[in-house]
Design a protein around this ligand. Structure first.
Ligand SMILES: [Zn+2]
Length: 131
């Protein structure tokens, strides 16, 4: 097994700069077939998640799916490894074959403040997306 990359590959249209998931099809915005691979961080935010009790044949039940937005506002549907992530939570995304898989980011856990930056997650802070 190779080391897990910390990036995710998306495509950028060479003509209109649209970003989209790698595909053999033309650019979904302008139809150009010229695109360049573009690496983004493999982290994303859960937009929606659901659990299927009766998935299609061949899949384990429960089958958890999450709509994840990664960098550049690219969205993808991923199979969830582990517990169902809450909307707005952070996940790591990886590509396995041609299937995206998402796993909840390790919760940093309550840290004792050592006088470091206050940006490291205030305990109890709500994480609601803006309306
Ligand atoms: Zn385009």
């Amino acid at each position: 097994m190779t080391a897990e990359p910390e990036t995710l590959e998306i495509s950028r249209c060479a003509s209109c700069q649209a970003r989209f998931l790698p595909t053999d099809a033309p650019c979904p915005r302008c139809g150009s077939t010229e695109r360049e691979p573009y690496a983004v961080a493999a982290g994303g935010t859960v937009l929606a998640s659901t659990e299927l009790v009766h998935p299609a044949a061949g899949w384990e039940s429960p089958h958890r799916l999450a709509l994840v937005e990664v960098a550049e506002e690219v969205r993808l549907l991923a199979i969830v490894d582990g517990e169902l992530p809450a909307v707005g939570s952070a996940v790591r995304v990886r590509l396995e074959g041609d299937i995206y898989r998402a796993r909840a980011e390790e919760a940093p856990g309550p840290e004792r403040g050592e006088g470091e930056s206050p940006r490291t997650g205030a305990p109890g802070a709500s994480f609601e997306p803006p309306r």
